[in-house]
Design a protein around this ligand. Structure first.
Ligand SMILES: NC(=O)c1ccc[n+]([C@@H]2O[C@H](COP(=O)([O-])OP(=O)(O)OC[C@H]3O[C@@H](n4cnc5c(N)ncnc54)[C@H](OP(=O)(O)O)[C@@H]3O)[C@@H](O)[C@H]2O)c1
Length: 291
């Protein structure tokens, strides 16, 4: 692949691994100009080498951006505009997940979760909109999660950060419609990226033997790790969905990834599975004898 008719200038957050990494490489290979941003650009080496191998290194730029640090966002946006004059697409992808029952999570744990997954999106969007709006075109793609469809014990901070992101995105969609800017949500199920392993975080009291949740927390971690290590779904599916949104005109607002998750989303959204039944099933799974 190489030059395309209308390459887009694309800013992606959290590109050092996982969906951000895969999306950056896929879009650069497809001919777009990609600003793959990350907190620590030294982590971009593998991405640049891969881009080189695929012959798209000249279209892929690794720049520093921490979604919790407005000065790094301003600097990145300013430099992209100086280099390319526009930002056509913003992919708000950066995020992490903190595990822990509510009473084990400190206020700081909860705050940090929202600082990245929710306020981080607001911070970047705030800087990019003044570049997009006057042109009356652009796309903002927010990476949410199936966790925004239904809660899970031990994940209240993560789930609520994604529910907040969904509410914000719905409002933003309507606010930006008159300006010709599309807002879309991508809602992946679980994929084996660094989010569950190297980048996983747990509540301050997660491993405290005195916590009344200690046994359940340990059980939860074991179950999640077992589930994720047997998870062979290809995370590039998510990158493909993001690419499709970018090339489509008037894309749908919500994008659940894969037919299994589409079915699950359907059941949860239309309440084919009532909340109390869902909660009972989840709690049964968490407390049933471990394999
Ligand atoms: N994997 C899944 O099963 C799954 C499912 C649904 C939704 N998601 C969502 O998908 C997105 C990407 O996650 P992933 O699965 O690809 O996980 P990942 O491999 O851990 O990637 C997360 C990325 O976010 C970056 N990040 C964290 N804090 C940041 C900050 N303050 N500023 C900028 N970047 C930051 C990380 O950078 P560092 O290297 O600097 O830490 C990393 O590049 C997240 O929003 C996540 O919630 C994931």
């Amino acid at each position: 692949m190489g030059e395309i008719l209308s390459p887009k200038v694309i800013l992606i957050t959290g590109s050092s691994s996982g969906f951000g990494y895969l999306t950056a490489i896929r879009l650069a290979e497809a001919g777009h100009i990609v600003y793959a941003t990350m907190r620590d650009p030294a982590k971009g080496e593998a991405l640049l080498e891969e881009a080189d191998r695929r012959g798209c290194a000249k279209r892929l730029h690794v720049w520093q951006l921490d979604v919790t640090k407005p000065e790094t966002i301003k600097a990145a946006v300013r430099s992209i505009v100086a280099a390319d004059g526009v930002i056509d697409v913003l992919v708000n992808n950066a995020g992490f997940g903190i595990g822990g029952f509510f009473e084990d999570l400190s206020p700081e744990d909860f705050q940090q979760q929202f600082d990245v997954n929710f306020f981080g999106v607001l911070n970047v969007t705030r800087e990019v909109l003044p570049v997009m709006r006057p042109r009356r075109k652009g796309k903002i793609i927010n990476v949410s999660s199936m966790a925004a469809y239904a809660g899970t014990p031990c994940f209240s901070a993560y789930c609520s950060s994604k529910w907040a992101l969904e509410g914000f995105s719905e409002c933003l969609y309507m606010e930006l419609q008159p300006f010709g800017i599309d807002v879309a949500l991508v809602e992946p199920g679980s994929y084996r990226t660094k989010i569950f392993e190297e980048n996983a975080r747990v509540a301050r009291r997660f491993d405290n033997h005195e916590s009344p949740y200690y046994g359940l927390s340990q059980r939860f971690r074991k179950d999640v790790l077992r589930h994720i290590r047997h998870n062979d779904r290809d995370p590039d599916e998510v990158a493909r969905v993001i690419e499709r949104i970018i090339v489509q005109s008037g894309p749908a607002f919500r994008h659940v990834v894969g037919w299994r998750q589409k079915f699950r989303a359907f059941c949860l959204r239309v309440r084919l599975c009532p909340f109390k039944l869902y909660a009972e099933l989840v709690n049964m799974a968490l407390t049933s004898p471990s394999e």
